[in-house]
Design a protein around this ligand. Structure first.
Ligand code: NAD
Ligand code: UFG
Length: 377
């Protein structure tokens, strides 16, 4: 069954890749984003990559429940994927109220709007961070949860809010996808992750060190109980992750009832890689050794994080396809293109605006007459 899907934060790293995969699977998509951590150029590339133009952009804030309800009703949305929110652990420690305010208000706003508009299917971006320092490896969804920072606590609180909402609204169905470590980029090299400022995460840091933007990679500790002493994670290719969302939403669209109205489901590969393994694989992808230095542990890090992804396979027949080599290759391919663009001072044309122009021409309207709130309506 094909649906009309709202992707909040659909211009972001995970949202943009998921929007591409939704379009490729024949769904139509409305993106709602305020561009606080993304830009219009990335949105412009989505229809090019997907080879489909059934995507519209609404520029606005998810914390505005009236706007969200209006979008849900006007576009007759069948399901919502809620990506929008803040995600930097260190920022959440420095400014917890910002995270509680933005992430929780955003989720409450989306849920209220869904209730008011009668939209009953939700996919929520949760995180493996809800497992804290897991004692069960690989980790199943039934493992105990805990939060070690305010960002992680917002994910746990939102999962609880969805639990309560699902009980109160007849027929409401939700899946919280607990992502392990999403990395890589679309194989076209047109979309990927480009953090503003100093990257927090390993892959973008390695990519910037490989590109010469950073001197070397700081390895945070080599005295963990892992095969080589460096931290081990379950990295998942962003396109596999995106396809996991498509499988999950198609599961929701094809079922009207479920004895568990809010399911929590891991998206990971079940394969772990240490920091050194990633660094060597990345060095193979770019053809030279990426420089690194071993330093002390990073406060708050766990030794190992590893998914048991079997529930996603059982529930919606999803399994990841891409290995670490492909993750590194695609990440580097994207990073190189970004560098080339910077070096040549080139900017992507505003292709979305071209699409607006085409669309508007078809409807006899000039793009300048369109409100910027609903630029592709
Ligand atoms: P991202 O920052 O690239 O994307 C988030 C998007 O939401 C951005 O386009 C941003 O402009 C938009 N946004 C933020 N606040 C908004 C608001 N109030 N109204 C409208 N739009 C808003 O992040 P991402 O990596 O794509 O992550 C998406 C979701 O997945 C987040 O909820 C994040 O917490 C979760 N997550 C991410 C990871 C990861 O490693 N990237 C891991 C686990 C969970
Ligand atoms: N690491 C380094 N050097 C760096 C960055 C990271 O050695 O410059 C190491 C870390 O110590 C860790 C591994 O690389 O062992 C992965 O670190 P990331 O920061 O890339 O990822 P984390 O697993 O620490 O955290 C990420 C997100 C969290 C999310 C979690 C689970 O940042 O928000 O994955 O999804 F909750």
């Amino acid at each position: 069954m094909k649906g009309r899907i709202l992707t909040t934060g659909g211009a972001g790293y995970i949202g943009s890749h998921t929007t591409v995969e939704l379009l490729k699977a024949g769904h139509s998509v409305i993106i709602l984003d305020n561009f606080e951590n993304s830009d219009r150029d990335r949105v412009a590339r989505i229809p090019l990559i997907a080879g489909a133009a059934d995507v519209r952009l609404v520029e606005g804030d998810v914390r505005d429940a009236h706007l969200v309800a209006d979008v849900l009703k006007r576009h007759e949305i069948d399901a919502v994927m809620h990506f929008a929110g803040k995600k930097a652990v260190s920022e959440s420690v420095a400014d917890p109220l910002l995270y509680y305010h933005d992430n929780i208000t955003g989720a409450v706003s989306v849920l209220s709007a869904m209730r008011d508009a009668g939209c009953k299917k939700l996919i929520f971006s949760s995180s493996a961070t809800v497992y804290g320092d897991p004692d069960m490896l690989p980790t199943r969804e039934t493992a105990p949860t805990s939060a070690s920072n305010p960002y992680g606590r917002t994910k746990l609180i939102i999962e609880d809010i969805i639990d309560d909402t699902a009980v109160s609204l007849n027929g409401f169905q939700a899946i919280s996808l607990r992502y392990f470590n999403p990395v890589g980029a679309h194989s076209s090299g047109l979309i990927g992750e480009c953090p503003r400022g100093l990257p927090n995460n390993l892959f973008p840091y390695i990519a910037q060190a490989a590109a010469g933007v950073r001197d070397y990679v700081h390895i945070h500790g080599n005295d963990y109980e892992t095969s080589d002493g460096t931290g081990s994670r379950d990295y998942i290719h962003i396109v596999d992750l995106a396809r996991g969302h498509v499988a999950a939403v198609e599961h929701l669209l094809s079922t009207s009832t479920d004895h568990a109205p809010h399911r929590k489901v891991n998206l990971g590969t079940g394969q772990g890689h240490t920091v050194l393994e990633v660094l060597h694989a990345f060095s193979r992808a770019c053809g030279f050794q990426v420089p690194y230095r071993i330093g002390p542990r990073r406060p708050g890090d766990v030794a190992t994080s590893l998914a048991d992804p079997s529930l996603a396979l059982a529930l919606f027949d999803w399994k990841p396809q891409f290995d670490l080599e492909k993750m590194c290759w695609d990440h580097w391919n994207f990073q190189k293109r970004e560098l080339d663009k910077l070096n040549s001072g080139m900017r992507m044309p505003h292709l979305m605006h071209d699409v607006v122009a085409d669309h508007a021409t078809l409807n006899g309207t000039h793009p300048s007459a369109l409100g910027n709130r609903d630029a592709l309506n």
